[in-house]
Ligand binder design. Structure first.
Ligand SMILES: *Cc1c(COP(=O)(O)O)cnc(C)c1O
Length: 392
């Protein structure tokens, strides 16, 4: 017996519960990828605009490495702050129309570091139950009292506020803007109104909204016309922006406070020059327009129309159903985890990579399809036809 034997036992338990996960190797970015050596259409990427493989981002990253080196060599407050960090933070603030922004080494760290800086044991957090793991983890780590409300249930949130808000000092509301495993949107105008009525801070996670939603791609806040509201907008540089890192945008005071009190920003090395430059290039490309976003939405419309006509009506009881979505994430719900695993494998055999998402990650099993601006219309047609065939 050794002190580490329990690890094998724990892994066996994971296996027995069919929760074991393993890595799949993909050898290049894009809408067609090589997966375990086989070329497939990729419907599993967060690279909505195809920018992770864009030569303009690669050039910017290479130039930044040549100018500033591969590493930032220190934390931002000590020796790791470069002009490119400032340029990216200004570009994000200007895009989001906020006074300031701060970039973290990942979106996950941005959520942990922001939530734990804003609230503690004396405070209250109210959060959508479908929120991303990093929001949940941040809430737990903060030591605040946490209540979850049912997904997008504003009546329940209001009842929780009425019952508990007055017992606490500060209150922070947390919600994804685009829910990553469903593709629907948070009811942002109602969240803002409730935050105002009950004197709460509101943090919106735009990981899947940034670059995708809104007139200039600034996200869900722009989409709903809520840019004048006082908000904490966070997001990632790793999805539509094709790079790595996270950000928080908001008032100058908020950002200044985070620079002084957010551990996951203070006690870690500054974002690498290459990641910073690639993200900055992405923000510029998206703000210039250029049609990538409209191309993405054309693909979304094409797949939605195809699935609406090709999936059997619910009365036929095939169990396959397109979940409501207002984003490039479209989910086809299926009756059981086994059915969805089989479907994912059958699609893979036909050259389509569409991951199966199962409980406990989500309440019901589904194929999660994410679209990219760089998908060809034929790839969408092939996907819709393959999904329709699964029902027969
Ligand atoms: C991906 C994601 C994050 C984490 O961002 P990373 O930069 O990948 O760490 C946070 N929130 C949501 C909703 C996400 O989908």
């Amino acid at each position: 017996m050794t002190a580490y034997d329990w690890i094998e036992t724990a892994l066996n338990t994971v296996h027995k519960a069919h929760w074991y996960r393993s890595l799949k190797t993909i050898t290049r970015p894009g809408s067609t990828v090589s997966l375990q050596g086989k070329l497939v259409s990729n419907f599993a990427s967060n690279d909505y605009l195809g920018l992770a493989g864009d030569p303009r981002l690669a050039e910017a990253a290479i130039a930044a490495i040549q100018t500033w080196g591969t590493g930032s060599t220190g934390s931002r407050l000590v020796s790791g702050h470069r002009p490119i960090h400032e340029a990216l933070e200004s570009a994000i603030a200007s895009w989001k129309q906020t006074e300031a922004a701060i970039v973290y080494s990942s979106g996950y760290l941005a959520n942990l570091g922001t939530i734990t800086a804003l609230v503690n044991r004396r405070d209250l957090i109210l959060a959508d139950t479908y929120n991303h793991a990093s929001l949940k983890q941040g809430a737990r780590l903060s030591g605040a009292t946490v209540y979850e409300f049912d997904h997008v249930n504003m009546a329940q949130l209001q009842a929780q506020l009425a019952a508990h808000r007055s017992e606490y000092r500060r209150c922070l509301l947390l919600s994804d803007s685009v829910f990553s495993m469903d593709g629907d949107l948070c009811p942002l105008p109602q969240l803002i109104a409730l935050a105002q009525d009950y004197e709460c801070m509101l943090l919106i996670d735009e990981a899947h909204g940034t670059g995708v939603l809104g007139e200039t791609g600034a996200g869900c806040v722009e989409h709903f016309g809520c840019r004048d509201a006082v908000l904490i907008q966070m997001g990632t540089l790793s999805k539509a922006l094709g790079s790595l890192g996270g950000y928080v945008a908001g008032s100058a005071a908020l950002i200044d406070y985070l620079r002084n009190r957010s551990s996951s920003w203070i006690y870690t090395t500054g974002l690498s020059p290459a990641d910073t430059a690639a993200a900055l290039a992405a923000v510029k490309i998206i703000r210039e327009g250029g049609g990538l976003r409209s191309q993405l939405w054309q693909r979304v419309t094409q797949l939605k129309q195809a699935l609406t006509t090709q999936l059997s009506p619910p009365e036929k009881q095939t169990g396959m159903r397109l979940l409501p979505s207002e984003s490039p994430i479209l989910c086809v719900q299926m009756s059981t985890p086994t059915a969805v695993l089989q479907a994912s494998q059958q699609l893979l055999d036909q050259g389509i990579f569409a991951p199966a998402i199962r409980p406990p990650t989500v309440p019901t099993s589904r194929l999660r399809l994410s679209l990219m601006a760089t998908h060809q219309p034929e790839q969408i047609e092939q996907l819709a036809a393959a999904l329709a065939k699964l029902q027969s």
